[in-house]
Design a protein around this ligand. Structure first.
Ligand code: NAP
Length: 547
């Protein structure tokens, strides 16, 4: 099939300059020689790690695997200081990457993409920004992160609050002075669990408002072990291969033993050993059926509850902290540093708002539905994100026939592989809904997507293909597959942001792909090897010859 085309201003527009946008720029501009423009809302690179500067912000992936693997020298020259990387260090790393590969020159900062419309007359994307830019591009690539649109619950009265308030995902660059302040933290997800122990130490008094108690495993954070790092660097190739072909993008040995086929004593010994070791080993390295069998899951859940009872000295507080209404790891699995211990401090209170939600923010604090009033100088909203789709919908993205992405996804996101969606030609999503993304160590999934997209773009250019779209059947089959896999997991048994359950009115659809990074990668590779099965392609221009 032949189509009309005209020459665009740019070959590609990339939205966002976090891990995804930086690597995409390097691939398209520096390796494929394409005219590429990155637009970034912040005044620096880093994405998530640019915005999330709340106290205690740190990654749950170990530092030696939370990085790019595409450049051997980069891997060898960068030295992480801690077992888990802290936000300032990750941001320094991403700035180093930007400088090392001269990426800043391809990024326009302080610029938010507001609209992207596909013009079918010339098969180009027309992109607009809040700075008045209007450009056309052959490709639109979203590198917008999965968890980048913060949600502040619509509780009446916030405007009247006389103190200061913050969302963890839009933290002031200058930091927040907590000394001598009475502070409220609302929310006990990853951001709450990380920030609560630090805010408790810094503030005069902290009150935590908890809607759902959490299972969390000690991270056992420590400064990086030099010997270990030396060994890692000597074996990086092998380690990175292992991450790429693992379930979650982490090089841990996954257990295939069932929690139900060992004795209670053996199980307890395993859980205790992994609890002491810390981190996600507890989830991946204990028993293979924790994520798929409720009875197996219950054994881990009960172990964690026993630990909470052991750590938290006040039995009433401990009781409030016990998670009972959802299986372990059915919400995002958490690791922490002194989370439960924090409730033993004299300056910390826990308020259970499951039955008596926050009814109103008042000028001096807040009031819950049982009439209790609380006074604060600072309120911290650790209340999460309109994840996976929220940032897409903040832009006016329209495909064929003016179809709005928001309308197309009104019943939940529909994609092929989480990479593309029918009727939005030449648009690729890095870690879009329907891919492993948030269920994995993100840089591993990001690199896989960036490399797959770049290979596909190169394939198109070599053949003079100007327009690619997804076949409807391919998308339908993928959406069905994503749902079938999710139905076999514990994820369906919790009200989580994976399911959009944290946003009132959002369709309850499981958004990431739970089949594993390894299985997913093989599928994507096979599709590419089969000539990009599931995509419809139209040729118009002269092939671009490879160097
Ligand atoms: P989150 O996991 O969605 O947690 C939000 C918390 O706020 C939950 O406890 C939620 O309660 C509560 N909440 C929401 N609306 C509320 C309301 N109206 N009233 C009272 N409580 C309310 O958000 P997050 O902690 O920012 O984390 C989001 C994701 O970002 C994580 O799951 C993770 O993938 C990523 N993240 C990662 C790290 C890391 O690597 N360590 C750190 C931070 C974030 P319910 O549970 O009842 O909904």
């Amino acid at each position: 099939m032949s189509t009309n085309t005209s020459t665009p201003d740019l070959d590609a527009v990339v939205v966002g300059a976090g891990f995804s946008g930086l690597y995409m720029l390097r691939k398209l501009r520096d390796e494929l020689g394409m005219k590429t423009q990155v637009y970034e809302a912040g005044d620096g690179v880093g994405g998530t790690w640019y915005w999330n500067r709340y106290p205690g912000a740190r990654c749950d992936s170990e530092s030696y695997i939370y990085c790019f693997s595409f450049d051997d020298d980069l891997l060898q020259e960068w030295n992480w200081s801690g077992k888990y990387p802290e936000q300032p260090e990750i941001l320094r790393y991403l700035n180093h990457v930007a400088d090392r590969f001269d990426l800043r020159s391809g990024i326009q900062f302080n610029t938010r993409v507001t609209a992207a419309h596909f013009n079918e007359a010339d098969n180009l994307w027309e992109v607009e920004t809040d700075q008045g830019d209007q450009v056309t591009a052959r490709y639109l690539i979203t590198a917008i992160g999965c968890i980048s649109t913060g949600q502040i619950p619509k509780i009446p009265g916030l405007d009247s609050f006389a103190g200061d308030w913050y969302h963890t995902g839009a933290w002031p660059h200058a930091g927040v002075e907590f000394a001598g302040k009475r502070v409220a933290v609302i929310g006990t997800g990853s951001s709450g669990v990380q920030s609560i122990p630090v805010i408790a130490r810094e503030s005069e008094h902290l009150t935590v408002f908890q809607r759902t108690p959490q299972y969390t495993i000690p991270a056992r954070h420590e400064t990086v072990n030099e010997e270990f790092l030396k060994e890692v660097k000597a074996n990086y190739d092998e380690i990175m291969q292992k991450t790429k072909h693992s379930v979650a993008g982490m090089p841990y040995e996954a257990s295939e033993v069932s929690a139900l086929e060992v004795s209670a004593e053996e199980r307890l010994e395993t859980y205790e050993r992994l609890w002491q070791k810390g981190g996600f080993n507890f989830l991946f390295g204990s028993y293979g059926d924790i994520s798929i069998d409720r009875r197996a899951n219950d054994t881990a859940a009960e172990f964690i509850r026993s630990k909470i009872r052991e750590i938290v000295q006040d039995p009433e507080t401990a009781e409030k902290l016990l998670p009972r209404d959802h299986p372990f790891a059915s919400k995002r699995a958490l690791i922490d540093t002194n989370y439960f211990e924090t409730y033993n401090r004299d300056n910390v209170d826990l308020v259970d708002i499951r039955h008596f939600p926050i009814e109103e923010i008042t000028p001096t604090g807040l009031r819950t539905a049982d009439g209790a009033e609380y006074e604060f100088d600072i309120i911290v909203f650790a209340t999460g994100y309109d994840a996976m789709t929220g940032t897409f919908f903040k832009m006016d993205i329209r495909g064929r026939d003016g179809l709005e992405l928001k309308e197309k996804w009104s019943e939940g996101p529909k994609t092929y592989l989480g990479l593309a969606t029918v009727d939005f030609p030449n648009m690729f999503m890095i870690t879009g809904p329907g891919s492993p993304s948030v269920l994995s160590n993100m840089p591993v999934s990001i690199e896989q997507h960036v490399e797959w997209i770049a290979d596909f773009v190169e394939y198109q250019r070599e053949r003079g293909i100007d327009v690619v779209d997804v076949e409807q059947q391919a998308e339908d089959d993928w959406v069905q597959h994503v749902n079938e896999i999710a139905d076999q997991t514990m994820y369906m048994l919790a009200d989580s942001w994976y399911l959009g359950a944290n946003i009132p009115g959002k369709p309850r659809v499981f958004m990431p792909y739970a089949g594993g990074v390894n299985v997913y990668r093989d599928r994507c590779d096979q599709i590419a090897a089969d000539g990009y099965e599931g995509f419809v392609m139209s040729e118009t221009s002269e092939p671009v010859l490879a160097d």
